[in-house]
Design a protein around this ligand. Structure first.
Ligand code: KIV
Ligand code: ZN
Length: 525
């Protein structure tokens, strides 16, 4: 990819580094749905996964490579030949495939994790880039833990990678340790040590352990980086990666001063954030910059007064520019299937057949209890419905809770089990939600424990749809689930049942995770 001087490429790693966030496990169709939305958002590169880690990830990356048009589709690979071949196998059908290979250059990693020598690292980097280059011209190389590495040694490895044909050099702050001024100086020194770096795209990949991922990425841009690796909602290992929406809106809002641009369609940001949040079960904190519920809310009287007189008194961005006004579509209880389908199409969902039938049934249930159904409601509902289709496993058929002031609440539920039979369970617990969750445990025969529970509302107002996220743990597997419904208990029950299905899938496919290769990381190819 030819670097344009005023254009910053956005490399989205939500589906790779983001998917490494604890508790997240997306199946192939969820990943595809996110990838399609990322393409709609206008990112330049989608890092779709790490194909060697599991057959499930290989298939998911392959599905994205074969379907998603527009962005470059990248796959991650260690320097092992088998990794590079797996990455290529998964992405070779993409319109624009990229192999992204990496190896650590810090002595901490070389000595303790890889248990090898600098010389060997240099050789592995050379061989991996050469092998990747035999498959495609678009090869990215990352010296992992670069910011804790000696810049002179990293420069040697980077020079070799460029000589072998890498077209992007990505500098990761793997453990989120660096500081903006230090990172900028480090990169400027790298440019001095490797003149050929000017002929390729310099990229940065920053983690947020000290809350500096966006600041460090921006420092990288100031030093000359023209690709930023980031993730929606800042997802990623541990504290996460640089948040895509923050980087993009920083460059857009301060473009007059920075003079750089991205190709992102910013009005798709809020929607992408909501989709990723729903499918991963990772709730966006209300005060999260750009996409948080309160990012454009004014509480103090002075601020409200100012904004009413002139929006720019207290707002540096227009909420509409990130798509936060997405409530234009309104349906009511008399709207028919055709109107629903049209509204969903406007929102970018192309649904038909069984999904449309179920969505229509649930729309009617909601429209009976809610005066108007907005675009945000439909989006929440549909994401919820699609998830129901995809997370095959347990399905909540019915629930009822009887509460009186004299006795603890009593819940009875019916859950369709994976084999098709109906499981029934009852429980009297500490509260209605506790009773429902334990009744679901009884119905499914799964002994799950609730680890996290969050309640939110899709829109404002007393009749808003409730949205519940849970994280459960069962037999050593944690799993997140979300549910949407007019009734908060129903939303909670749906979220819990979904989390159980995901945990079940994990237990059935224990190799669908990075842990499979963790033990091998020390070995050399
Ligand atoms: O954080 C990191 O170093 C990575 C690399 C694989 C780029 O994710
Ligand atoms: Zn990373």
């Amino acid at each position: 990819m030819e670097p344009e001087t005023d254009r910053v490429l956005i490399f989205d790693t939500t589906l790779r580094d983001g998917e490494q966030s604890p508790g997240i496990s997306l199946n192939a169709s969820e990943k595809l749905e996110i990838a399609q939305q990322l393409a709609r958002l206008g990112v330049d590169v989608i890092e779709a996964g790490f194909p060697i880690t599991s057959p499930g990830d290989f298939e998911a990356v392959q599905g994205i490579a074969r379907t998603v048009e527009g962005p470059v589709i990248a796959a991650l690979a260690r320097t092992h030949a088998a990794d590079v071949e797996a990455a290529w196998g998964a992405i070779q059908d993409a319109e624009r495939p990229r192999i992204h290979t990496f190896i650590s250059t810090s002595d901490i990693h070389i000595v303790h994790q890889l248990q090898t020598t600098r010389e060997d690292v240099l050789g592995q980097a050379r061989a991996a880039v050469a092998l990747a280059r035999s498959h495609t011209e678009d090869v990215e190389f990352s010296p992992m833990d670069a910011t804790r590495s000696e810049v002179e040694f990293t420069a040697e490895v980077v020079a070799v990678a460029i000589a072998e044909g890498a077209s992007t050099i990505n500098i990761p702050d793997t453990v989120g340790y660096t500081m903006p001024h230090e990172f900028e100086a480090w990169l400027r020194r790298l440019y001095e040590l490797v003149p050929a770096l000017r002929d390729v795209t310099l990229s940065v990949h920053c983690h947020d352990d000290l809350g500096l991922a966006v600041a460090n990425s921006f420092a990288g841009i100031l030093a000359g980086a023209r690709q930023v690796e980031c993730a929606i909602n800042g997802l990623g290992e541990r504290a996460g990666n640089a948040s895509l929406e923050e980087i993009v809106m920083l460059l857009a809002t301060r473009s007059a001063d920075i003079g750089l641009r991205t190709g992102v369609h910013t009005h798709e940001l809020a929607r992408t954030s909501r989709l990723v949040s729903r499918l991963t079960g990772y709730v966006v904190q209300p005060n999260k910059a750009i996409v948080g519920r309160n990012a454009f809310a004014h509480e103090s009287g002075i601020h409200q007064d100012g904004v009413l007189k002139e929006r720019t008194t207290y707002e540096i961005m227009d909420a509409r520019s990130v798509g936060l006004e997405a409530n234009s579509i309104v349906l009511g209880k008399h709207s028919g299937r055709h109107a629903l389908r049209q509204a969903l199409e406007e929102l970018g969902f192309d649904v038909s057949g069984q999904v449309l039938n179920t969505a229509f049934k649930r729309f009617k249930e909601i429209a009976d209890r809610k005066k108007v159904v907005t675009a945000m409601d439909l989006e929440a509902l549909l994401t919820d419905e699609l998830r129901e289709e995809e997370v095959a496993g347990y399905v909540l058929e019915s629930y009822a809770v009887h509460a009186s002031s004299a006795e603890p609440p009593h819940a009875s539920v019916a859950v369709r089990l994976p084999g098709g039979e109906l499981g029934r369970g009852e429980f009297s617990g500490d509260g209605p939600i506790d009773s429902v969750f334990r009744a679901i445990n009884a119905a499914t025969g799964v002994d799950a424990a609730l680890r996290e529970f969050r309640v939110g509302a899709v829109t404002e107002g007393q009749d808003a749809l409730g949205e519940v996220s849970v994280v459960i743990e069962t037999a050593g597997h944690s799993a997140a689930g979300q549910g949407v419904a007019p009734d908060i208990i129903e939303a909670a029950a749906r979220a819990y049942v979904r989390a159980l299905s995901i945990a079940r899938r994990r237990a059935e496919r224990p190799h669908d995770s990075l842990t499979r290769i963790a033990g091998e990381l020390a070995s050399t190819p």
